[in-house]
Design a protein around this ligand. Structure first.
Ligand SMILES: Cc1cc2nc3c(=O)[nH]c(=O)nc-3n(C[C@H](O)[C@H](O)[C@H](O)COP(=O)(O)O)c2cc1C
Length: 182
């Protein structure tokens, strides 16, 4: 029986998202007491502070899923050297109303894949700023800037051998991080 439920937030709506594929492959490296819920962000309205007093069902769902989780994993693309607007929109939604943020205190980690060689480094740094403000303890090391290139996965879509040791070290560090903060 899973003891730690982790909310997985993918900052891409693209059907064949590299970041969603990466999230799926990473989940397989976690121990059995970890389970995952894929947080849906594609049906959220644009955040409008006027709606704080009467959130729609999608926002209530998002906030409930984050609140119920013992940690949050962000898989983000880099858009124009920052995070995609859809991800920021979801973060803003669950951070409100003021004083009722669902993110507060949730241990987080960030990973991101891009077609460029810097592997979302700038987007991740921007995301770290946001998570710091939201009072989310965020894993510092190892950093994971993933260049989505040939050979990252094996034929079954699992992390290929060349990257397995690094990816497992990242997962192990996050597992310990969640247990420390849970
Ligand atoms: C609007 C836009 C801006 C982008 N800006 C960057 C960028 O700043 N750095 C980068 O490495 N890739 C950038 N890319 C390319 C993304 O790395 C690529 O689209 C990637 O596949 C997005 O992740 P996904 O596959 O999970 O959707 C950009 C793509 C789009 C659509």
């Amino acid at each position: 029986m899973a003891q730690y439920q982790i909310a997985v937030v993918v900052g891409s709506l693209r059907k064949d998202s590299f970041n969603r594929k990466l999230a799926g492959a990473l989940e397989k490296l976690f121990p059995a007491d970890f389970s995952f819920i894929q947080v849906r962000i594609d049906d959220l309205p644009l955040y409008n502070q006027d709606d704080d007093s009467h959130p729609c069902a999608q926002v209530t769902r998002l906030k409930g899923e984050i609140a119920a989780a013992q940690g949050v994993l962000f898989f983000t693309p880099e858009y124009n050297r920052s995070i995609p607007g859809v991800l920021k929109n979801a973060i803003d939604h669950a951070s409100r109303p003021y004083g009722k943020s669902s993110w507060n205190g949730k241990p987080a980690a960030i990973m991101g894949a891009s077609v460029g060689p810097i592997g979302t480094a700038m987007a991740q740094q921007h995301l770290r700023n946001i998570l710091a403000y939201l009072n989310m303890p965020t894993l510092g090391q190892p950093e994971a800037f993933i260049h989505n290139k040939e050979g990252l996965y094996d034929a079954d879509g699992n992390i290929a051998e060349a990257s397995q040791k690094f990816m497992q070290s990242w997962v192990d560090a996050y597992v310990a991080w969640v247990k420390r903060h849970a």
